[in-house]
Design a protein around this ligand. Structure first.
Ligand SMILES: [Zn+2]
Length: 319
């Protein structure tokens, strides 16, 4: 039982063939052809599928399904990519386009964050859970949701935009145009902004020293590392960050009561330095104390491919 899983991003097209043990037995990565029409992207995708079949010494028809994770919104039936801004795709009938190229092989589409949550359900942090939330803390804040043991597409198919729940009325401007979104306070970029401020305002801080007084050298990791090393300014920044993040998590918990909340993305790599105080804060603020586990996501970069390969299974569960 071999399934194909595509993880399409604005930089790369990644694809793998996944077997029944959830192992990636063949994989490819190609740069995304920015500015090209979707037909060109479909040409590349078709070629990659055929190459992998050849590598595995199987016929293409032995692939049971092709799943595609997309960074954008889909129609409610998950047949059409409505908007994927990074790909410059708008109203692309991707399911039909790929099924015409591979007659007899069903094609499934999913929002990439939801698909990553689906992968965590099968072989990652959500194994054995019925209700779980994946929150990715990177340049932005993304999210995927498992409800009742299945991937939840959002009522309108747009995915789950945890990053754009409002945390602070009238707060900092968000990339979506609104103010005070979770993303404005919990993305890695918030740590970078605060670190840059510290370079100017606190010339004696370790952040200033490690960045050599150059704001452009400040990264989220640099701020976290300074906090780990005991710098007071960096510790204050990180503490405030944990305050925002724990509040966002608590809001998710009261709404959904997830058994597990898994964190992914760059910030989540801070390890116990993040998780220990975060769990304490979440528990202190929580309505359902001790009920919601906050853990690291397990699958990292493979989550998109693995989850896309599970889309057929997910569709069958939803019938
Ligand atoms: Zn927003």
């Amino acid at each position: 039982m071999l399934q194909v899983g595509f993880d399409i991003g604005g930089t790369n097209i990644k694809v793998g063939v996944v077997n029944e043990k959830m192992e990636i037995v063949a994989s490819r990565r190609e740069p995304f052809p920015t500015g090209e029409k979707y037909e060109k992207v479909a040409d590349i995708m078709e070629e990659l599928v055929r190459e992998m079949a050849e590598e595995l010494n199987v016929t293409v028809s032995e692939f049971q399904s092709i799943g595609i994770a997309i960074p954008g919104s889909l129609d409610p039936e998950c047949k059409i990519i409505l908007d994927a801004y990074n790909l410059h795709f708008h109203n692309v009938p991707m399911k039909q386009v790929m099924e015409e190229r591979f007659p007899g092989i069903p094609v499934f589409l999913g929002n990439d964050a939801n698909v990553a949550a689906l992968a965590e359900l099968h072989c990652g942090a959500f194994v054995g859970s019925k209700t779980a939330v994946l929150m990715t803390l990177g340049t932005g804040v993304g999210g995927g949701l498992i409800l009742d043991g299945k991937m939840f597409n959002g009522g309108t198919g747009h995915g789950v935009e945890l990053g754009h729940m409002v945390l602070q009325e009238g707060g900092e401007r968000c990339s979506c145009g609104n103010r005070g979104c979770v993303e404005s306070y919990c993305a890695a970029t918030w740590l970078v902004r605060q670190g840059r401020k510290a370079v100017i305002e606190h010339p004696l801080s370790m952040i200033h020293k490690r960045a050599n007084g150059d704001m452009k050298r400040v990264t989220a990791k640099l701020v976290v590392d300074c906090a780990k090393a005991g710098d007071y300014i960096a510790k204050d920044i990180f503490h405030l960050y944990l305050g925002y993040l724990s509040s966002a998590i608590v809001s998710i918990c009261v709404l959904l009561g997830p058994e597990v909340i898994a964190l992914g993305g760059g910030v989540s790599l801070a390890g116990d330095f993040l998780y220990r105080p975060l769990r304490k804060m979440v528990n202190e603020k929580s309505f359902f104390k001790g009920k919601n586990q906050v853990v690291p996501a397990k699958l990292g970069n493979d989550a998109g491919i693995l989850g896309a390969a599970m889309l057929k299974w997910n569709a069958e569960q939803s019938k």
